[in-house]
Design a protein around this ligand. Structure first.
Ligand code: CU
Ligand code: CU
Ligand code: CU
Length: 502
């Protein structure tokens, strides 16, 4: 529950961004370079061009710079770069169907929320404005700077876009947005499946009693999965989902782990569990070619919530492709009872094409080595926990989230917008003092946390990494809370007391 108006304003501006989902219909962003073979596709570096612009102060009279209202959800993205040639100025399309097109016509549907980006490519001051929709970017003067505007195309017909600097429109910087009817040609997608792990797909507490012998089976499965509603990727998984299955044992248990690599795999795979005491965490004993099975046994000496992942070279490639999960070694007495437990993991994908394009993405080793992911996701895919499996609870419930970062590289500043963690097991450490009343908790790559909180107010709460640029690359999850309003705790104007209804 945020208490300051500043925080609420930020929340409001975030909400519309967060309500974007997998409904991206036409994406003009970034390069669409066809690249090499399956797992080692090369890509052009620096293609994403997502640097944000320093604000250039002057604004164009009559053009609103205000953020769109909270209900806006971007459905179409176009990017333009500026160009100067022989005294003529122009906008040139970047990515998708408008790549390289001078002053491209931008088709949108009536009602679409359009995100229009301008990248300065000539070092001359420009902007792009769409007066019909009271929209425009900031002015950007330096080469490489960029600015973005978002507006709703709420009227049918043609709308001009142009540069508002004196003389630039006349010098050639003008095009049109056509609202209604025209759809870009649709590329075929390969057959794909959902690889999303339902956050409620986890076993209940391990039964009390003496230490047990527990059999665990993991299978490496490679499959073409949906990275976003119109984007596919060749995932490598444990048991077909991302993250892999939530393994749950009790301290002192001995695990007999069977690791199988599906016969249809192309790669060798393995598993390294951070809960294991012993070299490689099991990876040494489980390097498994396609179609084979290996096993090993370990005793869980330390309680805690641990990441497991594939540890076959290139390890970071295997992890980013989806091979990570959590194993919970419960302390002897278990944890307290809560109404809901959820299983959420954060990961990164390094695709050859920039974020948000339709079609099949391939892996980019260059972006992996540069640690520049195109996608950051919860439970494997864009929209996994907003569209496909939003978490649900009721006012008065207590929730516990087992949260881990598969990575392979990016530390998460884990936060729930609109809530405060009542209790945090920092770094998922068991036996340490529990932290109380935490806003944001750091979870390193290859690390985990356990957070608990009670729900007092209905509405939609949003799990994020508070490094919020990552929102723009897919990182959001919803916790939808139903139940009676609680005006004593949260109350707005006009009797609105919750975040419902965007
Ligand atoms: Cu200009
Ligand atoms: Cu692997
Ligand atoms: Cu590790």
């Amino acid at each position: 529950m945020k208490s300051t108006t500043g925080a609420l304003a930020i929340l409001g501006s975030l909400v519309w961004v967060l309500t974007w989902d997998t409904g991206l219909t036409r994406l003009g962003a970034g390069e669409t370079r066809a690249t090499g073979h399956q797992h080692m596709a090369q890509s052009a570096p620096g293609g994403s061009g997502k640097a944000s612009a320093p604000a250039q102060a002057p604004s164009t009279p009559g053009v609103s710079r205000r953020s769109p209202a909270a209900e806006y959800t971007p459905t179409v993205r176009y990017r333009l770069r500026t160009e100067l040639a022989e005294g003529k100025m122009a906008f040139v399309g970047v990515g998708g169907a408008i790549e390289g097109v001078v002053n491209p016509t931008l088709p949108v549907n009536q009602g679409d929320v359009v995100q229009l980006s301008l990248v300065n490519n000539d070092g001359i001051e420009h902007d792009v404005v769409v007066p019909d929709f009271k929209a425009g970017t900031d002015r950007v003067a330096r080469k490489g700077a960029s600015s973005v505007t978002v507006f709703r195309a709420d009227k049918a017909g043609d709308a001009a876009y142009f540069c508002s600097l004196p003389g630039h429109r006349q010098a050639g910087m003008e095009g049109k947005i056509v609202v209604g009817g025209v759809r870009a040609p649709v590329a075929a997608l390969p057959p794909s499946v959902s690889i999303v792990r339902d956050p409620m797909d986890l076993p209940g507490p391990a039964a009390p009693g003496p230490p047990r012998m527990v059999n665990v089976e993991l299978e490496a499965i490679e499959l073409v999965g949906r990275l976003a509603s119109e984007t596919t990727y060749n995932y490598w998984t444990f048991n077909g989902k991302v993250p892999g299955p939530f393994l749950r044992i009790r301290v002192g248990d001995t695990v007999e782990l069977t690791f199988k690599n599906n016969a249809r795999s192309r790669m060798i795979h393995s598993v390294d569990l951070h809960a294991v005491t012993g070299p490689g965490g099991g990876a040494v004993m489980t390097q498994t070619p396609p179609g084979e099975t290996k096993s090993f046994r370990f005793k869980a000496l330390n309680p805690g919530l641990y990441v497991y992942h594939c540890a076959t070279p290139m390890v970071a490639n295997h992890i980013s492709s989806g091979m990570y999960g959590l194993i919970f070694v419960e302390p002897a007495g278990g944890l307290s009872k809560v109404d809901h437990e959820f299983y959420v993991m954060q990961g990164e994908l390094y695709t050859d094409r920039s974020f948000g394009q339709r079609g099949h993405d391939e892996f980019s080793v260059e972006k992996l080595l540069a640690e520049r992911p195109e996608y950051l996701v919860f439970n494997g895919a864009v929209g996994a926990l907003t569209n496909e499996h939003p978490m649900k609870a009721r006012v008065g419930d207590t929730v516990r989230i087992y949260f881990g970062v598969g990575g392979p590289n990016i530390t998460s500043s884990f936060h729930v917008i609109g809530e405060i963690f009542d209790r945090v097991f920092g770094e998922a450490a068991m036996g340490s003092p529990i932290r109380t009343n935490v806003q944001t908790t750091m979870v390193p790559a290859g690390g985990a946390t356990i957070v608990e909180f009670k729900l007092e107010v209905p509405g939609r709460y949003i799990l994020v990494d508070h490094s919020l640029s990552r929102l723009e690359r897919g990182l959001a999850a919803f916790l939808v809370v139903d139940g009676p309003e609680n005006p004593e705790v949260f109350h707005g104007p006009n009797g609105a007391t919750s975040m419902k209804g965007h």
